[in-house]
Ligand binder design. Sequence first.
Ligand code: NAD
Ligand code: UDP
Length: 311
Amino acid sequence: MKRILITGGAGFVGSHLCERLLNEGNEVICLDNYFTGAKKNIIKLLDNPYFEMVRHDVTESYYAEVDEIYNLACPASPVHYQHNPIKTIKTSVMGAINTLGLAKRVGAKILQASTSEVYGDPAVHPQPESYWGHVNPIGIRSCYDEGKRCAETLFMDYHIQNKVAIKIIRIFNTYGPNMNPSDGRVVSNFIVQALKGEDITIFGDGLQTRSFQYVDDLVEGMVRMMHSDPSFLGPVNLGNPNEFTMLELAQAVIGLTNSKSKIIHLPLPQDDPKQRQPDISLAKEKLNGWEPKIELQEGLSKTIAYFESLL
Ligand code: NAD
Ligand code: UDP
């Protein structure tokens, strides 16, 4: 039995990871300040004696004897990470320093949840890990993008300088149950709007693309990465390469919910990436043939069922 710390464990992805690692017979410490996470996401785990919930902010140091750390603490939706940009960058950078310091002190292996946002508004398509990105350092998305880029640098430097065992994953747009209905990201927005019969808000012309990954596929990739060959540090892309325009996504959601909602267009936010699609050849090669299994229609259906149960 391993003792595993998951920062941001009460959030959307973290709550699925907590459940998976508990089911595999581990002891899990879930650390969260509940900024975008919720007790509701992990409430069913609270009866398990091997599960421990800690209310804590990663910008302050935390100490516990653990074997592995998954560092997920950081708001991921543009609406939330732009709410307090200084706090967002502190969470990424000071959160990385504090969790890496803990890993160094107790000899734990540590995985960083980085993001496709390190590629910015990419000039290379699809994006391989070797692409250095196209990020505006002073725009409204910079607190997130540059915070995550700096965290990757810190992970590499703690490995080189202090021999900390690190892993870096770059997550592409992921969706599924336990997303907050007011999360602000496109999949949850469209589903909630469709179920309530409200207008579906497409930003810009809707021809911008994203590649959507169902959360179970991501969690499988994260666990495989943690257990990958010690010489493989990443960064590695984890995403579903099937790419859709936001118009196609809106139509799929309207179809699956039989909604009478109509599509409206709102202004496109500044620096909104025009396209995004992961090159997952490295993940396939290094993570025992890992690739996403759940396609959009199936994943959307499961997510719609979750939101129906809330509304
Ligand atoms: P989320 O917002 O649902 O979860 C983030 C969690 O971190 C929340 O529970 C929040 O309360 C917690 N948190 C935020 N700031 C904190 C702080 N200072 N101290 C302690 N806890 C804090 O988002 P998510 O989609 O579950 O994302 C999880 C991780 O994966 C994030 O690091 C995110 O950047 C990364 N990621 C997610 C996606 C995606 O599409 N879901 C894509 C790329 C990267
Ligand atoms: N988007 C949209 N309507 C919404 C929310 C988002 O059209 O109600 C668009 C947004 O402009 C972007 C895409 O959907 O082009 C994905 O946005 P999201 O916030 O989910 O993630 P990110 O931009 O970080 O990939």
